[in-house]
Design a protein around this ligand. Structure first.
Ligand code: SF4
Ligand code: SF4
Length: 219
């Protein structure tokens, strides 16, 4: 099981410069999602004229299902300056891949709890690292797409776009660079690298806030 928790309100509302299209995933019971908190925040944003549309659906980590769900919202997505995704890291990565050049942002952090995780497509794997980095990497996870889980990659070993640890795989940081370049967002890489918060304090804090029934193990 894993937990998604909203990033700070100020962070979420500052991610999209202009109007946002919002995608909520209420996908699977393995994930605890702060539904009421998200609704309140999204209502505030809509009332401030910062939302072009909202879709709430399930299993956005399934690209085919996602494409079908988004079909009816083409105009709202086109109109938006960016897409805010309220889901675990897998969902955000899937949206970023499906929407291509559109700027896609994670509104949640994803934390790990012991137990079953659900069906995770390998290409969009999430290491449930706590402080989600996808907003700095064009929606590609540096923890799982890079063999060394670097948050300030690439390392010196990447060659012809391949990883030095596993030459059969694409270098995750090459992919991140190419994605940001296609989105004209290479300036993101100029930000000083922040230390990644791997502390478990956040997990402890969030776990206390999760209703007991959400963490019950079912047979
Ligand atoms: S950075 Fe990667 S591992 Fe961490 S929460 Fe985001 S998608 Fe998951
Ligand atoms: S070559 Fe790329 S994917 Fe491989 S360890 Fe270095 S930065 Fe990470």
């Amino acid at each position: 099981m894993l937990i998604t928790q909203l990033k700070d309100k100020d962070v979420i509302t500052s991610l999209v410069n202009g109007v946002a299209f919002i995608i909520n995933c209420h996908g699977c019971k393995e994930i605890y999602f702060p539904e009421e908190e998200a609704k309140v925040l999204q209502k505030e944003m809509a009332m401030a004229g910062k939302v072009s549309g909202i879709v709430t659906t399930d299993y956005i980590c399934n690209p085919d299902n996602l494409k079908l769900q988004l079909e009816a919202y083409k105009d709202e997505i086109e109109e938006a300056d960016g897409v805010l995704v309220f889901s675990c890291g897998v969902g955000v990565q899937t949206v970023a891949e499906v929407l291509g050049d559109k700027h896609v942002y994670a509104a949640c952090d994803t934390l790990q709890l012991p137990g079953f995780q659900g069906v995770t497509p390998l290409e969009y794997d999430c290491g449930q690292c706590g402080e989600c980095y996808l907003n700095l990497t064009g929606g590609i996870c540096p923890i799982t797409a890079c063999s060394k889980s670097l948050v300030n990659g690439p390392c010196g070993g990447t060659k012809c776009g391949k990883c030095e640890v596993d030459p059969t795989m694409e270098c995750g940081w090459e992919r991140i660079y190419q994605r940001l370049k296609a989105q004209n967002r290479l300036d993101v890489l100029k930000f000083p690298t922040r230390m990644h918060d791997f502390s478990t304090d956040m997990v402890t804090k969030v776990t206390k806030e999760v209703p007991e029934e959400a963490t019950e193990v079912t047979e």
